[in-house]
Unconditional design. Structure first.
Length: 146
C-alpha cells in the first residue's frame, strides 16, 4: 500500500502496534509494540478522548474482530490483561462475541475451500532446511471462480 499512500493527498494518521512502522508516510501517529493489536490502540484512543460512551454494538463488533485477528484469537504473548478488560467492556455494551467469531472463521463457501485446495496443491513450496513454507497466487487465480 506504500505507493497508494504516497499518492493520496490528505492528512494521514498512523495507529500501529508493529515494530518499525513507516512513520515518515504519516502526518500524525502513534505506535506501541506493547499493545496486542491496532484495535486495542483505537479503543484506548476513544476512551482517552472521553468518548467511551460512543462505543455501540457496531463499533464493539469492529474492535473485537480486529483484536481477534491481531491476537491470533488471544493466543499471542502480547495479549495482556488490558485487552481482556477491553473485551469485557465490549460485552457490557452488547457484543455477541460468538457471532463475530463465526463471521470471521466459520463461513467458508465451497469456492473458498477449492481455492485453498488449489493453492496448497499447486502453489506451496517448502524449504525444509530453512523450516519455511511459501505460497503464492496470481491475481488471475484470486479473481477466478473455483
Amino acid at each position: 500500500m506504500a505507493a497508494k499512500l504516497a499518492e493520496i493527498k490528505c492528512t494521514k494518521i498512523l495507529i500501529d502496534h508493529h515494530q518499525e512502522p513507516d512513520t515518515v508516510s504519516f502526518h500524525y501517529g502513534v505506535s506501541s509494540t506493547g499493545k496486542s493489536s491496532t484495535c486495542e490502540m483505537v479503543y484506548d484512543f476513544i476512551v482517552d478522548a472521553g468518548h467511551r460512551d460512543k462505543i455501540n454494538v457496531f463499533v464493539a463488533e469492529c474492535l473485537y474482530a480486529g483484536v481477534v485477528a491481531d491476537t491470533g484469537s488471544f493466543r499471542f504473548s502480547s495479549t495482556h490483561a488490558s485487552v481482556h478488560h477491553m473485551v469485557a467492556y465490549l460485552k457490557e455494551v452488547g457484543l455477541e462475541h460468538t457471532k463475530v467469531h463465526e463471521a470471521l472463521y466459520d463461513n467458508f463457501l465451497e469456492n473458498r475451500l477449492r481455492f485453498l485446495g488449489h493453492v496448497l496443491s499447486n502453489r506451496l513450496e517448502v524449504n525444509y532446511q530453512l523450516n519455511t513454507a511459501l505460497m503464492w497466487v496470481s491475481k488471475q487465480e484470486i479473481l477466478k471462480r473455483y
